[in-house]
Design a protein around this ligand. Structure first.
Ligand code: TPP
Ligand code: MG
Length: 371
């Protein structure tokens, strides 16, 4: 099973063309760069907020900008994205408003998940972006099921299902890929292979290349350099178009590296060598792409700094707005399960409000029924 349109790498570490020129429109080339920069800027700010104790938890996207932007840019609006652990930056590109992103980080009254999700677990219904699950691999079977439902309804939407290398040992991965191939659904599986599942290196997890696992289930599978936004974009586009036209799933392994820990609760210096981190820093996806765009004349001198300053200003404004927003209303704790809040939940809620009032944490209206 081969596909001539897929190049494992298009840009070398300096950003020089080393594969077939995808001949993309200059406007698109620039847009991809701005989206990658937005991911980096949001990441920087969220990490600072977490370290300052202002938000609870962050899964950093540093180093993964090309993998997420290159792949998600290949999708159409009608397609779906099933997130693994850190594709929030791609969701911003596909329509998740920055205000909702940051509100979810604060779990405040603008959080569309109503504070019921862990911080940094995003969702956006309008851009076909179901809520993340930290339970590894569960989104894989959900994505396959949704793709089967779409196929039965005669829709040709494609479901991009993201997961980390660690998820390839989950039940969801094996049952999901198996059924996707048997039912021939329009799924493109994107394995973000950053070499580590928290502290477990790939060689301790599996003796087989990740790409072979797709082939084992009978689907087309490729690996590309996930730090190369052009190779990632082109490969994903080719597999998405094929999935749409032929109703065939595929696996694409994006070889990359997470520059920081698994999350803000992790200290990667305890399990991996600095030499490895330095090696990957030299392959930084943004530096490399900026080199290519500069050579093409798409990015002028000082423009990267201007783009960065503008993005940071936009993010800082939104942080100020969301920090000032009210917390989520306490009554949301007992809403949305039953049409009417049942008596036993009302009793518990009333007891809870009493405690909240005693601690000065209840706000006007928190205790009012009907909820
Ligand atoms: C079903 C399940 N088992 C275990 C965990 C604990 N856990 C959280 S992340 C993770 C590893 C995930 O690896 P990968 O997807 O490669 O993520 P990365 O460390 O690269 O961010 C594990 C085992 C979990 N969340 N869910
Ligand atoms: Mg990983």
């Amino acid at each position: 099973m081969t596909n001539a349109a897929i190049s494992p790498r298009i840009l070398d570490a300096e950003g020089k063309l080393c594969g077939a020129d995808p001949e993309l429109d200059k406007g698109l080339l620039r847009e991809l760069f701005v989206h990658m920069m937005r991911v980096r800027c949001v990441d920087q700010r969220m990490l600072k907020l977490q370290r300052a104790g202002r938000v609870g938890f962050v899964g950093s996207m540093l180093g993964l900008e090309a993998a997420m932007i290159g792949s998600a840019a290949a999708l159409e609006g009608r397609d779906w994205m099933w997130s693994g652990l850190r594709e929030g930056g791609a969701a911003l590109m596909r329509g998740l408003p920055l205000s909702e992103y940051i509100a979810q980080m604060y779990c405040n009254s603008n959080d569309t998940a109503k504070g019921r999700q862990m911080c940094n677990h995003l969702q956006h219904a309008a851009s076909h972006y179901p809520s993340w699950s930290s339970v590894i691999g569960t989104q894989i079977t959900h994505g396959v099921g949704a793709a089967l439902a779409a196929k039965r309804r005669g829709l040709d939407e494609v479901h991009a299902v993201y997961f980390g290398d660690g998820a390839t040992s989950s039940n969801g991965f094996h049952s999901g890929l198996n059924f996707a191939a048997v039912w021939k659904v329009r799924c493109v599986f994107l394995c973000v292979d950053n070499g580590w599942a928290i502290s477990v290196p790939s060689k301790a997890q599996t003796a087989a290349p990740y790409v072979d696992k797709g082939k084992a289930y009978g689907m087309l599978a490729h690996e590309v350099d996930g730090n190369d936004v052009l190779a990632t974009y082109q490969a994903t586009k080719s597999l998405v178009e094929r999935a749409r036209a032929e109703s065939e799933p595929a696996l694409l392994v994006l070889k990359t590296y997470r520059m920081l820990g698994h999350s803000s609760s992790d200290d990667p210096s305890l399990y991996r060598d600095q030499a490895e981190v330095d090696e990957w820093a030299a392959r930084d996806p943004i530096k490399r792409y900026a080199g290519y765009l500069t050579g093409l004349g798409v990015l002028g001198a000082g423009e990267q700094e201007e783009i960065e300053a503008k993005l940071l200003e936009e993010i800082d404004d939104e942080i100020r707005t969301q920090e000032a927003a009210d917390p989520m209303a306490l009554k949301t704790l007992v809403e949305d399960v039953y049409a009417e809040v049942p008596r036993h939940l009302r009793r518990q809620y009333n007891a809870f409000i009493e405690v909240a009032e005693r601690h000065g944490e209840a706000r006007p209206g928190d205790g009012a029924f009907p909820l």
